[in-house]
Design a protein around this ligand. Structure first.
Ligand SMILES: [Zn+2]
Length: 465
């Protein structure tokens, strides 16, 4: 049996692993490389294997860095079955159609520019048609904790990863009885004790583990303190007569913040009249998908939802799907909470809310997620005095506040807690982490527990015996 690493090896994005059992070729995730231009150009490269030769694709969750190259895989000849949980399939449809549209728009824009110089424009990585076609290949739905036969003497089980709605880690058993080899793929793991999602399950004893290490060098702040900080920032801003802008990621973070706002109103910490605007068509659709999957939520929230009590709803919540409604928010001078994408302020509707609120000292921008170097979010957090928005220089006079406790990724202690379930694997492969940061930290800690540890490089193949 062979395992090769065709993404998220020595880096954080592009998750893609190929397990070749001799009889079956199984791909685990097929994600997009994201980040700077060099990373993004990698998406056009060869996969490192022939897409036509793949029998099955197992998808751990719907983040783009895990599913974003699936339409390209199909475009290049993959004809096999895609297996995922029901919630992952629904979220992946939303995410991939959106990504395809962006690829088409980017390519069209580049083509227009090049045409002026008499050159031909680039082809998009894939288009909406390819994304739609990929959905014809979603086959069986994976129920959590249920063995699925994917070949002769070959089974997979999807287990709760607690990272985003529907996210799973995979337990693959090749062979039976004493001859069995068990490989666990962590996908992305969430922290324990979150607000909407269930805790990650622990893996069973395994021969090999492929583990993410995104935040292997960090410890998260407690959720309780973060929620208290959120309420305090909102109350204080509204007392000053300003608005609160929260740049949010459409999947998970937006719903988590909505849940805490609703909870704050129920607990009378926040005003029952608090006007909250979810100003992101994608986050609105994702919120609807959350409502359609009560089984993936914490049992008490799932039960409430089935009885018609929506834990993500609050009296003053408005969804602004139409552009005109979004623009109308520019007239709201005080007392509002506006959630809009993108989370790192690299584009999207949050930009026009920043343009109208960032220069006002009575307003607050609350960052609840990761902000990469070079992004507008990072520059505001780092205290730059002015930023450029839509060609205009805007003074940064609003308060910028960063709340770190809402992470969707397990921190160091939680990764180790999860890993302890796997017993003493023969080899642990560390992926999906920064070679100098999370991965390096986890390498030391996991090596301290006895087994062999490897940090594979891109396209490396190892023999599993
Ligand atoms: Zn993820």
């Amino acid at each position: 049996m062979k395992l090769s690493f065709h993404g998220a090896a020595g880096g954080v994005t592009g998750s893609c692993y190929l397990l070749d059992t001799g009889n079956k070729r199984i791909l685990i995730d097929c994600g997009l490389f994201q980040g700077n231009d060099e990373e993004e150009r990698r998406n056009f490269d060869d996969f490192g294997f022939d897409p036509e030769s793949i029998d099955i694709l197992l998808l751990t969750h719907a983040h783009l860095d895990h599913c974003g190259r699936i339409p390209l895989l199909v475009k290049r000849g993959f004809k096999g079955e895609i297996i995922a949980t029901a919630a992952t399939r629904d979220l992946a449809r939303l995410v991939l159609l959106d990504a395809a549209q962006i690829h088409e728009e980017d390519a069209a824009r580049a083509a227009r520019n090049l045409q002026r110089h008499g050159q031909k424009g680039p082809q998009p990585l894939y288009g909406v048609y390819d994304a739609a076609r990929a959905f014809d290949q979603f086959g069986r739905t994976a129920e959590f904790d249920t063995r699925i036969e994917i070949g002769r003497n070959l089974h997979v089980r999807f287990a709760e990863a607690g990272h985003i709605l529907g996210s799973a880690f995979l337990v693959i058993d090749a062979g039976d009885g004493g001859d069995r080899t068990r490989i666990v793929f962590s996908g992305d793991l969430g922290p324990f004790g979150r607000s909407i999602l269930r805790d990650p399950a622990l893996p069973p004893q395994a021969d090999y583990v492929v583990m993410e290490t995104t935040y292997g060098d960090r410890r998260h702040r407690g959720l309780k303190e973060s929620v208290a900080e959120l309420y305090e920032a909102i109350t204080e801003t509204h007392r000053r007569g300003g608005n609160v802008i929260i740049p949010t990621f459409a999947l998970e973070r937006a719903q988590e913040i909505l849940f805490h706002l609703a909870q704050g109103v129920r607990d009378k910490v926040l005003s029952p009249y608090l006007p909250v605007f979810l100003d992101s068509p994608m986050a609105i659709s994702a919120t609807q998908i959350f409502r359609n999957h009560p089984d993936c939520l914490k049992p008490e929230l799932g039960d409430a939802l089935r009885k018609g009590h929506d834990p993500l709803d609050l009296p003053g919540l408005k969804f602004t799907r139409q552009v005109a409604d979004s623009i109308a928010l520019n007239r709201v001078e005080s007392g509002a909470v506006i959630l809009a994408g993108s989370g790192m302020c690299t584009g999207g509707r949050v930009l026009h809310h920043l343009k109208h609120n960032l220069w006002r000292p009575e307003c607050t921008v609350i960052f609840v997620g990761f902000a990469a170097q070079g992004t507008l979010a990072r520059r505001i957090i780092d205290g730059e005095g002015t930023v450029k928005l839509y060609g205009q220089v805007i003074g940064v006079r609003a308060r910028a506040c960063t709340i770190n406790g809402f992470s969707a990724h397990a921190g160091q202690d939680e990764l180790l807690r999860w890993y302890s379930g796997a017993g003493a694997p023969k080899t642990t492969f560390l992926v999906h982490g920064d070679a100098q940061g999370g991965m390096a930290a986890m390498e030391k800690l996991v090596a301290g527990q006895g087994g062999k540890v490897r940090c594979p490089v891109l396209h490396e193949t190892v023999e599993l015996r």
